[in-house]
Design a protein around this ligand. Structure first.
Ligand SMILES: [Zn+2]
Ligand SMILES: [Zn+2]
Length: 401
């Protein structure tokens, strides 16, 4: 592996910062302490910072040899927030905040970008500007969207933006990147069926919302199997059905909620329209009515072809072609999608390894993201930081021509 020596030398110090952040997890838009740690480190290394985009966001501004005169700029993004869940780990850096945990490795993402920042500040081996984007609220809060709404791309004009997520189970030293959609759009729906309650022994006197809900759930799946092109990806999951309080009462109403995932906005438009039609017409067929609510949370995360290809070459120069995998798209979602809607770029995975780094006590082996026994693998810090450094240096050099 072709990692940068000086980053390896500094890695232990950065790992200590990572463990400190892990021990003090903060949720969406509450990353005050984490942002303080980031701001303090960047300032210590002589990097000017801007704070407050997306409430707790921090942007570090590193000018290259030319003082940024070329006007070329690249954005590198790390997320900082934790999850509202209880950690099972008992190691020294386990969460000190009850019910909060860095189970998605955003502590590590922050640390890898800090390690790169330290190197950038010292060497400035590029022309143009590197913007280090430390973003709040990836886990459902849409921190990327809020930073953009707060003026991220106007205040810090950049021609491309890149993101990275650790991926448990992939072998240490591997990366994965692909052009096109890599994560799905994430959307929520809530349908309230209005029937007519009554005595369960005399159902003909009411309008029972329960069989209507059952038909609706089945009919939604025919949107996936009959309305969507088979080669397009799409998921409808009804995950909550709430109704009724007694065995002898026909309920008055029934609420269905769930999620819809797609890789394109065209498929999403179709699914939303068809779900509304199916919901309303199923109700009409049974003399009921419904309220149909559909909320679009995150758009699909779509890598631009040129930037994904560029990232792949940089990765290959560090870990070799054989260790740069095809990024298999997942129907999970990621708010970096908003940045990729606004600028070309690529979102990639870096292997978190086979789980050997985790302390024993909760079983060895790989541990999925969002699992209470998860921990970020500190061995990634020099590798992830090397990728950030080489990517920015080479991208800025290329863009100058
Ligand atoms: Zn997560
Ligand atoms: Zn995450």
């Amino acid at each position: 592996m072709n990692v940068i020596d000086s980053i390896v030398t500094q890695a232990a110090g950065i790992a200590a910062v990572r463990r400190d952040i892990h021990a003090h997890p903060e949720l969406c838009f509450e990353e005050v302490r984490t942002a303080d740690v980031v701001a303090q480190k960047l300032t210590e290394w002589g990097i000017p910072i801007h704070r407050g985009l997306g409430k707790t966001g921090v942007v570090g501004i590193v000018k290259g040899r030319d003082g940024g005169a070329s006007g070329r700029a690249i954005g590198l993004r790390a997320d900082m927030d934790a999850l509202p869940m209880q950690e099972f780990n008992t190691f020294a850096h386990a969460s000190q905040h009850h019910g909060k945990m860095h189970a998605c490795g955003h502590d590590g993402h922050t640390a890898m970008l800090l390690a790169a920042a330290q190197h950038f500040a010292k060497h400035r081996n590029f022309d143009g500007t590197v913007y280090l984007i430390f973003q709040p609220a990836e886990e459902g809060g849409g921190g990327a969207r809020v930073m953009i709404e707060d003026g991220l791309l106007e205040q810090f004009p950049m021609q491309a933006v890149f993101g990275m997520h650790n991926w448990p189970g992939m072998k240490m030293g591997q990366f994965a990147v692909s052009p096109g959609p890599v994560m799905a759009s994430s959307n929520e729906f809530k349908i309230t069926i209005h029937g007519k309650g009554g005595h369960a022994a005399m159902p003909h006197t009411g309008i029972d919302p329960v069989p209507i809900a059952c038909q609706m759930v089945q009919a939604f799946q025919t949107i996936i199997s009959r309305n969507k092109k088979p080669v397009d990806a799409g998921v409808i999951s009804v995950t909550m059905i709430h109704t009724g309080e007694a065995t002898n009462v026909v309920p008055d109403s029934c609420e269905l909620q769930g999620t819809v995932r797609t890789f394109t906005l065209e498929v999403l438009d179709m699914i939303e329209a068809r779900m509304k039609q199916v919901a309303e017409h199923t109700c009409a067929a049974h003399e009921a009515t419904c309220d149909f609510e559909f909320v679009r949370n995150y758009p699909p995360t779509v890598n631009s072809a040129a930037e994904a290809d560029f990232a792949r070459k940089v990765m290959a120069s560090i870990v070799g072609e054989a260790n740069v995998l095809v990024q298999e798209p997942t129907m999970g979602a990621e708010d970096f999608a908003f940045m990729l809607q606004a600028r070309p770029g690529a979102y990639c995975f870096i292997a978190n390894g086979d789980g050997g780094h985790r302390d024993l006590g909760h079983g060895g082996g790989p541990c999925t993201l969002h699992n209470p026994s998860y921990d970020f693998n500190d061995d990634l810090i020099p590798l992830g930081a090397t990728y950030w450094v080489r990517l920015a240096e080479e991208w800025l050099a290329q863009a100058r021509d």
